[in-house]
Design a protein around this ligand. Structure first.
Ligand code: NAD
Length: 255
């Protein structure tokens, strides 16, 4: 998209962390932002600060996403930009002292991270392909899905999380190929370690040793550095069908 100003944007997981930082950045650029999040209170607080719209939504549920997208469209008009940040982190060995990871636990991570991302992408794309094209590149829209470097270097205890993020990486190219005929781009971002409430859920000693692994800059990424990359992806029409790592040259070790 050659500009962001004036366009309607959907951000899932927009109440917190990278989704919230993206909401701030895109709204400062003049976008009309709808935050779709399970956490209604946090989404409302965030929406107030950016004059956006907070919509309670569970990305895993077909009807919940359908209603949320309609509500956003009624207020802001059809969205040409969708950023999928909703997700959960998970850490547990496949087999530990208590026994095997319950299958339900594995399924839940896949359901939120993979099925949720796919559910929003397909419903948003179904609306985008009906819009008029805009700009010299004849675009109709752009979708950005959030993976993780765990998709490539999952650590011990990350079988569920790494599988879910690998699922997101896997859907980017076929979705971009399928939607190319409609002028809709699909991109992925694979963040390394980002200073968000999600990262705070990791035990402090594990956090310190993870941060020490980042070659340069030797720190966690700031949520706005993710938002900066989202802005570039939205504005640059040649970015399509790939996943960009945002990790300060981090390559995760086994543990
Ligand atoms: N923080 C990191 O270091 C890091 C690194 C790599 C990838 N990621 C990924 O980036 C994305 C954003 O992470 P973050 O660190 O900003 O997390 P966060 O916990 O700050 O925000 C995630 C948001 O998603 C929402 N959410 C969770 N399940 C949902 C559901 N079913 N429906 C709707 N909303 C739901 C939560 O309410 C929350 O507001 C996630 O997909 C995460 O896996 C994070």
């Amino acid at each position: 998209m050659e500009k962001i100003n004036g366009y309607a944007v959907i951000i899932t997981g927009g109440a917190s962390g990278m989704g919230a930082a993206t909401a701030k950045r895109l709204s400062l650029l003049g976008a009309k932002v709808a935050l779709l999040d399970l956490n209604k209170a946090a989404a409302e607080k965030m929406a107030q600060s950016i004059h956006g719209l907070a919509i309670e939504c569970d990305v895993t549920q077909e009807e919940s996403v359908k209603l949320a997208l309609q509500q956003a469209e009624d207020k802001h008009g059809p969205a040409r930009i969708c950023i999928n940040c909703a997700g959960i982190v998970h850490s547990r060995r496949m087999i530990n002292k208590e026994g095997m990871m319950p299958l339900e636990e594995f399924r839940r991570v896949i359901d939120i991270n993979v099925v949720g991302t796919f559910n929003v992408m397909r419903q948003v794309a179904n609306r985008m392909i009906t819009l008029e094209t805009v700009g010299d590149s004849l675009e109709r829209g752009v979708i950005v899905n959030t993976a993780s470097v765990a998709a490539f270097e999952g650590q011990i205890g990350q079988t569920a999380y790494a599988t879910s993020k690998g699922g997101i990486v896997g859907m980017i190219l076929p979705a971009a190929r399928e939607l190319a005929q409609f002028g809709v781009r699909v991109m992925g971002i694979a963040p390394g370690l980002v200073d968000t409430p999600m990262f705070e859920k990791i035990p402090p000693e594990a956090r310190d040793s993870l941060a020490a692994m980042v070659p340069f800059p030797k720190r966690l990424a700031k949520p706005d550095e993710f938002a900066m990359l989202v802005q570039q992806i939205v504005e640059n029409p040649m970015l399509n069908g790939t996943v960009i790592r945002l990790d300060g040259a981090l390559r995760m070790q086994p543990k």
